[in-house]
Design a protein around this ligand. Structure first.
Ligand SMILES: [Zn+2]
Length: 444
């Protein structure tokens, strides 16, 4: 039917009901667009939360507990001019929620969305919901106009405001007008900036348990279960912190240095009372915020390269840096070791320290000069580790990689001839002393 153009300006039309009474009915076919800029604190400053994978779900006013997926799996917050922004269509009243899209999960618009719970260390659900980053409440007025309010359901009962342990306060309602019917970020109704506090990052990042399907279906099931059931060892001895954790398996060891859980331990546990002073998260709970697929990547690499020791200084964290560690797929390594047999059939320990200034011997490429046998062993092992990770990236199993040395695919012998010149590992001033691995394909 050809509708007069003027009719698009009218948010309602008249209908005659069964009793012959003429009444106004709000139109359901008007689509509006809204945006919000997700931000986070970094060094005391609010910065955009870019390239964060998210999923938006909707529940109608009539069925408030039934959530339907609106966005496809690849949705990520914007970059550059649109840094941190989420831009969405609003078709009707009800509640809209933005959740962090969990790594390895796939969502299709129209699917029913199940709100996940933080897992207890025994693997069971805790009854405490993973929190959305934000909720929009969209209401319809008698004149059929729609208003939108940024709020938060706050089912973990946090305080509101700007305190370290708080989550954001609700915003005031804004009204959609004919200015907001165009599907462009520029013209969408602008709900402004929204700072995701460390506490909200923590509450919105799922605590994984040993029942997770990635763990149950892994050949490293028992080892992963030790991490996700909080079965790690607290090492003792000189220089050890009560917040260090050690995982021993198959003659191998991972040290989760206390630095990898500093940010988590400064926020509140998902539990109302976890038995800790001030209910701060433990190192064990913090490590369970890193996705099992990331831990599995590390175990597989150790297994396949026969690595005996890895030191981890970064994993999931809510408080500093880009969104890469605030998402659940990143890990930082400073040291790896393995045992080899040398040319005289003697056992040798080869230790790599990913450090640009302190460990020239760990540089994975030939540097021209004469090499000692030890330097050759270290270089070859370092090359192998870098190549393994760069191959994962080339095959889509890893995203951004950083380290003390910029290294191209070609230099690492990664078999992508067309991308030989491309840097597999980037370097910058923050990656002087570790390598950073973003696992999976959720963050490029
Ligand atoms: Zn990192």
């Amino acid at each position: 039917m050809n509708r007069p153009i003027g009719a698009l300006q009218v948010p309602f039309h008249t209908e005659v009901d069964g009793d012959g009474v003429t009444m106004s009915v709000c139109r359901l076919d008007q689509v509006y667009y809204a945006k919000i800029k997700l931000q986070m604190k970094n060094g005391g400053k609010a910065v955009p939360a870019s390239i964060l994978p998210y999923v938006i779900v909707h529940a109608t006013t009539e069925q408030p507990g039934i959530w339907t997926v609106l966005t496809p799996s690849g949705a990520r917050t914007g970059t550059r001019d649109d840094a941190g922004s989420v831009h969405t269509a609003i078709r009707r009243s009800g509640h809209y929620r933005i959740y962090i899209k969990e790594p390895t999960e796939t969502f299709v618009p129209g699917d029913v969305f199940i709100i996940q719970q933080h897992a207890l260390s025994d693997g069971n659900n805790s009854g405490r919901d993973v929190q959305p980053l934000a909720e929009f409440e969209v209401t319809e007025s008698v004149d059929c106009s729609l208003s939108i309010t940024v709020q938060h359901p706050n089912s973990l009962s946090r305080t509101r405001g700007n305190d370290a342990d708080s989550i954001p306060s609700n915003k005031s309602a804004l009204k959609f007008t004919q200015d907001h019917v165009f599907n462009t970020s520029k013209q969408a109704l602008d709900q402004g900036g929204y700072v995701i506090s460390s506490q909200l990052w923590a509450d919105a990042s799922r605590t994984y348990g040993a029942q997770h399907p990635v763990i149950q279906n892994s050949i490293y099931r028992e080892t992963l279960a030790a991490i996700y059931s909080e079965g790690l060892t607290v090492p003792t001895g000189t220089g050890k912190s009560p917040n260090d954790r050690t995982l021993n398996f198959a003659g191998r060891e991972i040290e989760f240095n206390n630095q990898s859980t500093t940010g988590g331990r400064s926020t509140l546990s998902f539990l109302e009372d976890n038995g800790q002073p001030d209910h701060r998260m433990t190192a064990d709970e913090s490590l369970r915020r890193t996705h099992p697929a990331t831990m599995e990547f590390l175990l597989k690499m150790m297994d396949e390269l026969d690595i005996t020791y890895v030191r981890v200084t970064g994993a999931w964290r809510p408080h500093v840096g880009s969104t890469r560690h605030r998402y659940a797929s990143a890990i930082d390594l400073t040291h790896v070791k393995k045992n080899v047999t040398d040319e005289n059939n003697q056992p040798q320990l080869v230790a790599i320290h990913f450090h640009r200034e302190d460990s020239a011997a760990s540089y994975p490429l030939r540097d021209g000069g004469h090499e000692s046998a030890q330097r050759t062993r270290t270089r070859e092992f370092s090359h192998k580790v870098h190549k393994y990770i760069a191959n994962a990236r080339a095959q889509g199993a890893a995203g951004w990689l950083g380290g003390p040395w910029a290294l191209t695919n070609g230099e690492l012998g990664v078999s992508t001839p067309e991308l030989a010149q491309e840097e597999a590992f980037k370097t910058d001033s923050t990656h002087v002393h570790h390598i950073h691995i973003s696992t999976g394909a959720d963050q490029p």
